[in-house]
Design a binder for this molecule. Structure first.
Ligand code: ADP
Ligand code: MG
Length: 325
């Protein structure tokens, strides 16, 4: 073992199985800070989710962490490799499924797997075994000669996952793997993700779907290059709003509601929620009664006030709204 490899092992063990641990990770393009000083860690075997609007910096972060793009500055390690000095060495140890799956439509299932096996340097003797595993996992056993262009979105996506796992990496990066895939296929795909994680493979995934975010062990919410919230889904729902969530109905527009209730120190945020409204209210005894009293005083005809179950969507809308104000 080289001194560097020994140090990498020691660092990984010392960090209590943090396969990713970065501080102030930054990437600039010209004067633009696409990733702006983010700090976080990822534990071995965890399903770690990244959520954020288009342009938030998710793909750029993933490309850095896979060793495909150099960071501009920062400190830390990925699988024990120093992010500023040695990050390209991480490539053989990770799998990467890019936003647009990289499969070739005019190759067969088998040919695509041969191609990726070659790219990932899977030894020819091992490759046939790994290919069998990949077709089995993607539900394509017996269909190895099919042209990839004829596969459904869900099958293509699972084949792309199989291809990214041919070299048995310890960590896999999935960049919006389920965009444009039917709901039933998305669910199957997430069963696969949970299975991989159960076998100790770390999964780093970006998504726009709230039901998928719920299935991550921890999630980071990204906005304009920064991480603005990071925790388990349960903790985010419990803590991130900073108050109790109330639902109420009323005949006024969101503008009127906001205007009438402005300047109330117990009201932290008001958002439309379907045909009703959600308000983040300072936690107190009988919040519904206190809110009703404010509405009465302000001449707002609020009714059916109740404590609402917090969804991650509420958390994200509130947190992003706060950051952008
Ligand atoms: P996301 O994946 O969250 O949608 P990206 O990481 O793809 O966001 O992009 C973040 C920002 O960085 C965007 O504004 C994008 O235009 C910019 N960006 C990404 N790659 C480059 C590049 N190679 N050159 C210049 N700007 C880039
Ligand atoms: Mg992206």
């Amino acid at each position: 073992m080289t001194a560097q490899a020994a140090q990498a092992v020691a660092t990984t063990a010392g960090a209590m199985e943090h396969v990713i641990d970065v501080q102030n990770l930054t990437r600039v393009f010209g004067a633009f800070r696409a990733v702006d000083g983010i700090s976080f860690h990822v534990r071995r075997g965890e399903v770690f989710g990244f959520l954020g609007a288009n342009g938030a910096g998710k793909s750029t972060t993933i490309r850095i962490l896979c060793g495909l793009l150099a960071p501009s500055s920062g400190q830390g390690h990925v699988l024990g490799y120093d992010i500023m000095r040695d990050l390209e060495k991480v490539k053989p140890h990770v799998g990467y499924m890019s936003q647009k799956f990289s499969l070739y439509p005019d190759l067969t299932v088998s040919e695509n797997l041969d191609f990726f096996g070659g790219i990932y340097g899977v030894p020819p003797r091992r490759l046939s075994e790994r290919k069998s595993w990949a077709v089995e996992m993607s539900g394509l056993a017996g269909q190895e000669k099919r042209l990839t262009s004829t596969l459904s979105g869900g099958l293509k996506q699972r084949l792309a996952l199989g291809a990214a796992l041919l070299h048995e990496p310890e960590m896999i990066f999935l960049d919006e793997p389920t965009a444009g895939v039917a709901p039933a296929a998305r669910r199957l795909f997430w069963d696969l993700i949970r299975t991989l994680s159960g076998r100790g493979i770390t999964v780093f995934v970006t998504t726009h779907y709230m039901d998928e975010v719920e299935q991550c062990d921890r999630i980071a919410l990204m906005s304009r290059g920064r991480i603005v919230a990071l925790d388990t889904p349960a903790n985010l729902k419990r803590n991130a709003l900073g108050g109790v969530l109330l639902n109420f109905e009323c005949h006024s527009s969101i503008r009127d509601v906001r205007e009438k209730l402005s300047g109330e120190s117990d009201i932290m945020d008001i958002q439309p929620f379907g045909a009703a409204f959600h308000v983040v209210f300072r936690d107190q005894e009988d919040p519904c009664g206190a809110f009703f009293e404010i509405c009465r005083r302000k001449g707002l005809d609020a009714c059916d006030i109740s404590i609402a179950r917090v969804t991650l969507e509420d958390v994200f809308i509130t947190v992003i709204g706060k950051v952008e104000r």
